[in-house]
Design a protein around this ligand. Sequence first.
Ligand SMILES: Cc1cc2nc3c(=O)[nH]c(=O)nc-3n(C[C@H](O)[C@H](O)[C@H](O)COP(=O)(O)OP(=O)(O)OC[C@H]3O[C@@H](n4cnc5c(N)ncnc54)[C@H](O)[C@@H]3O)c2cc1C
Length: 441
Amino acid sequence: MGKTVVIGGGTAGLAAAYTLERAGADYVVIEKGDFCGGRIYGVEKEGFTLDLGAQFFFTRYHTTYDLMRQLGIYEQRVKFAKPVGILRDGTVHVISPRIMDNLKHPTAGLKFGALSNSGKRRGLKVAIDFLRMGKKLDFDDPLKAIELDNVSAAEYARRRWGDEILEYGIQPIDSALSLGDPEELSAAYGMGLAWYAIAGLSTTTKGIGLLAESLVKNVKNVRMNTAATRIVMENGKVKGVEVSSDSGKETIDADQVICATLAPQAARLLGELPAAMLDILTNVKYSACTHVMMATKGKMIDDMYAIATPRREGLSVAGFVDNANKSPGYAPPNTSLMHCFTYGRFAREMLDWDDARVTRKMIDEIQSVIPRFPDEPLFTEIFRWPEAVCLSGPGQITAVQKLKIGLRDYEGLHLVGEYFGMPSVEAALHSGVKAAKKVLA
Ligand SMILES: Cc1cc2nc3c(=O)[nH]c(=O)nc-3n(C[C@H](O)[C@H](O)[C@H](O)COP(=O)(O)OP(=O)(O)OC[C@H]3O[C@@H](n4cnc5c(N)ncnc54)[C@H](O)[C@@H]3O)c2cc1C
């Protein structure tokens, strides 16, 4: 086995590199930025743990937990104990997959007011449908849900369950988790997100960043601030990677390349592929997000982890989360760490706003739901993601499958990343591990 170059030190690239490292293979990771982890990005600030990229792991994840076990951090996993709320007509209604939680809350349970009576009756149909389609909704193997690929999540939900379930069930869940609108997602991905969310969420005592940090510690051969500019191929066979860094341009010879960048970035490195394959990569779409976190004294949301705000309620966020409620390690006692989930066109517009304008807008929106939220938080942290989560729109699973088949003609070339599964940390890790195993085989 010769040398492998892994392009991109994000979630998928690190998982591939870690698998190669454990097998004693000859590899190098090249990362264009000055930190590894990509869209898993955790920082500590004034005693608070900030997840500035990915927020949580669904408890249905497999590859993620396997890697955590191998890295010795599985015991630091914490499941979210608190339920979520949903805003309707100015009232927050609590919902939880655990029946007893619902009954404990005065606005929830049998009185669950976020839905009309006919909506509640339809809710039963939704539950039966999900039980039926659940086994097809697999983040690591999207092909199982191929029959849900050609219709949008919005169209599917509206046709099957009606407008109310779309607007007060599917939309808030899908928008909070993908940071897009259900019109932009395939039904396969939109329903997959809801199915995984129902089972529960988890993090670690030190935040999601601990996973990237642990992978980085165990991946020895990384070159930072080094950007791939072209994957060199000859007669359908990988020869190496042209890179550019402060020390200039060079070509790293390689027999195998695992390209773990975003899909459109991969297209730019692979100009020699046929146009039909490049089109698939360039057509992969991403949501945007301006992540806004505000630390405060006192508890802002006592008995819930998050409040979802359906778009019909007229806010520009999909919801607010008190990260202090994720796990005790996130914040000092008696404080809150409010996180605003900007999404859709609002998030895209906000990318160009200055910090003061973003902060004012978010405080106004939080105060419209939680009037006691202070005008001056202890601190505000803003991080912009022009490309946040791959939207897996209608037809993407089918298109990516065509791409996978086309790639079989290219020896030593492996593409990985969240867009190969149902976009998530899980799909990125799974695709990285799978490609590394192929290299090793
Ligand atoms: C705000 C936000 C919230 C999210 N919430 C969740 C969540 O709660 N749960 C969940 O499962 N997922 C979540 N996600 C999605 C999840 O983070 C991503 O699906 C996953 O991390 C993507 O991993 P990746 O390896 O495919 O891409 P990335 O992590 O983006 O890695 C790509 C890497 O390639 C590097 N690169 C690009 N071009 C080059 C080049 N030419 N040369 C060298 N290096 C290059 C980049 O710098 C980057 O490090 C969220 C994402 C965001 C942004």
